[in-house]
Design a protein around this ligand. Structure first.
Ligand SMILES: [Zn+2]
Length: 376
């Protein structure tokens, strides 16, 4: 009898092939997986072979759904013989109507919102849709079909649920389906904000990061005012090279927050700061936005029209602009939601992504491979 071991060519939960895995050196002989469908997780040999995980597709679906929503590449979910039951118990699956919406969105993501055919595998889908097992996937497909949102292309006339179990299907959205997706997106996108930073202090305390950017101004050329010939000059180039670039990068990565109205202390000397009023806080000089010589209403209008002109007109729901006060200054806080269904460009061609605390411009192959690695 050959020695039992964990699969190294496919995902032990959703069976997706060609995934990456590495054997850990732990005594429990667990293996670490990076599954594009489930996410990052490790599972021990004992958990895989000596629990129902090995045979029970429903259990695998729940674990997969849990990993998809809880793991990051740095923090994989560890599945062990004595914790898998707790994990499964903690999973609360979405309601059937949510599952149907998730399924429609999946069709949309995979067909790029066209009538193009999409191939699906019932084993991979529970992790994404949030149902119990592949059999339920077939019932959901049937429901979407009955409602007229999709058309199936497998040669069939019988309702899907009356047919034998199948593990692959092809189908496509109908124009009603595409309309329905639009409706769902409009309803859910304002709620998608995963940014919890509510006040200014924590933003300034945690410094710039992959989700936080601090800027001195929107259009006022501060270098000229503080370091150069001390003249006040408003220039859209300042916005293009600063705020607008960061907005595009956040849209194309995981979303983020931009705070306008503070300068990093290491960029200006005290002597240079003399010509304006400021207060020191943490590593910043607080200067606020009123230095840009406009009301907050006009500031927001200006900002929104810059965004519409240089990025896209359809971003209203993805971008939230507020004007919090702190330490006698008024700031502008822009919360940018991750754009989950398309890519954005600055001036139609510049593709930025967030990389640590920088917004990087990606060209050609680099941009293509980024998009492939982070499908949306
Ligand atoms: Zn998987």
């Amino acid at each position: 009898m050959s020695e039992i071991k964990l699969p190294d060519r496919h995902c032990p939960l959703c069976k997706l092939k060609t995934i990456q895995s590495t054997l850990s050196i732990n005594f429990d002989r667990s293996r670490l997986y990076y599954c594009p469908n489930c996410g990052s997780f490790s599972i021990s040999l004992m958990a895989f072979y000596f629990t129902p995980i090995y045979t029970d597709k429903g259990l695998c679906s729940k674990l997969s759904y849990f990993i998809r929503h809880n793991a990051t590449e740095e923090k994989p979910v560890n599945i062990l013989k004595d914790n898998y039951e707790d994990i499964v118990k903690s999973v609360i699956l979405p309601s059937v109507s949510m599952q149907l919406e998730n399924f429609l969105l999946w069709f949309g993501d995979n067909s790029k919102y066209t009538l193009n055919t999409v191939d699906g595998y019932t084993a991979y889908l529970p992790a994404f849709i949030g149902c119990n097992n592949p059999v339920e996937i077939i019932q959901l497909l049937d429901e979407l079909w009955k409602k007229g949102f999709i058309e199936m292309e497998n040669p069939t006339t019988a309702p899907l649920r009356e047919r034998e179990f199948f593990d692959a299907f092809c189908g496509h959205l109908t124009s009603e389906g595409i309309e329905k997706i639009e409706e769902i997106r409009k309803r859910i996108s304002p709620l998608n904000f995963d940014i919890t930073v509510a006040t200014i202090e924590p933003i300034l305390q945690q410094k710039e990061s992959s989700k936080i950017e601090v800027k001195g101004s929107c259009r006022l050329n501060l270098n000229r005012l503080l370091i150069g010939d001390k003249q006040i000059e408003f220039d859209n180039k300042v916005a293009l090279d600063g705020i607008l670039k960061a907005i595009v990068a956040f849209l194309n990565t995981k979303g983020g927050t931009i705070l306008i109205g503070a300068l990093e202390q290491n960029k200006f000397t005290l002597e240079q700061m003399k010509s304006i009023s400021y207060k020191s806080f943490e590593d910043y000089y607080l200067i606020g936005i009123l230095i840009e010589n406009t009301s907050t209403d006009n500031y927001e209008l200006r900002l929104r029209s810059l965004i519409a002109e240089h990025i896209s007109k359809e971003l209203v729901e993805l971008i939230d602009i507020t004007f919090p006060e702190f330490s006698e200054f008024t700031f502008c806080k822009i919360v940018i939601n991750k754009a989950s269904h398309k890519w954005y460009y600055l001036d139609k061609e510049k593709f930025y992504v967030r990389n640590g605390n920088r917004s990087d411009l990606l060209y050609g192959e680099d941009a293509d491979s980024y998009k492939k690695r982070n499908p949306r």
